[in-house]
Design a protein around this ligand. Sequence first.
Ligand code: SF4
Ligand code: SF4
Length: 277
Amino acid sequence: MAVEEKNKAVLSRGRTLIMVLSLVLFLPPLAVIFQASSSDIDFCGTWCPRMFFAVRQGAGLGEIAGGIMRSYLGVALVAGVLVSTFFFGRYWCSHFCPIGGAGELGSKLTPAKMKLDYSSIPAAPVRYGYLLVYCAAPLLGLGSLCCSYCNFAAVPSLFGAAFVSADLDYFLRFYGIINLVLFLLLAVLARGGRAYCNFLCPIGALDALSARFGQGIGRRVRVTAERCTACGSCREVCPTWAISLESTAKVDQLSCFPCRKCEKVCPEGAIRYGKAK
Ligand code: SF4
Ligand code: SF4
């Protein structure tokens, strides 16, 4: 095997290993170790990376600041993710997010015949339309979508349901059932396992903006147009349907995260991860 091929294989195995480790560390009982620096036992409160940017009805500046202080670890996590994405691309989403990883690993175990293909749906309008509703839901009287439809609560409960009655009870309630169905349809049964990430994750939506803003400066997955023969192999394997084919392949930085599956399959070596030339 050529050195380049070996590197690609190592890269791919390394990402799978990181996804598995992230998932294991996040799930009970090891989640308790991860959250040892706070009194949280369920990722709500101090660690919540989502609640602080939803607009609450009648909330003044003091209350907004209070929400940010209360979730200070979650705020720090999101800020760190956005800054690292600006320079290096969306590694949080592709490698470290335990929930995105759970969906992708689940999808790997699903037979190809059963997989659902969402690639004909334009991801960005759905994603940012949902983000808008997500942020304004309390103002519209829809309650807190970040809490009701939180997959950071649903996925650990799914793994804990066999051992903990509270986790099992979660799936006997309305929101628990909806979250389970969303996880199955948009992650485990989705081709590539990342439709939830691409459509409904609010952190992913913000992270994608950071990737787009930093694309001229930072490292990204890029196509060398002179080498590309528009064969389409890269588009076939992309889990976020970020690649479009015109006279050559084009990568949409709003949807791409550096899983680098496309780089691995490109027969012309036309895809690389790096800075703009
Ligand atoms: S796999 Fe390579 S050659 Fe084929 S379309 Fe993608 S970038 Fe172009
Ligand atoms: S464009 Fe390539 S690196 Fe980006 S998500 Fe698709 S397969 Fe992964």
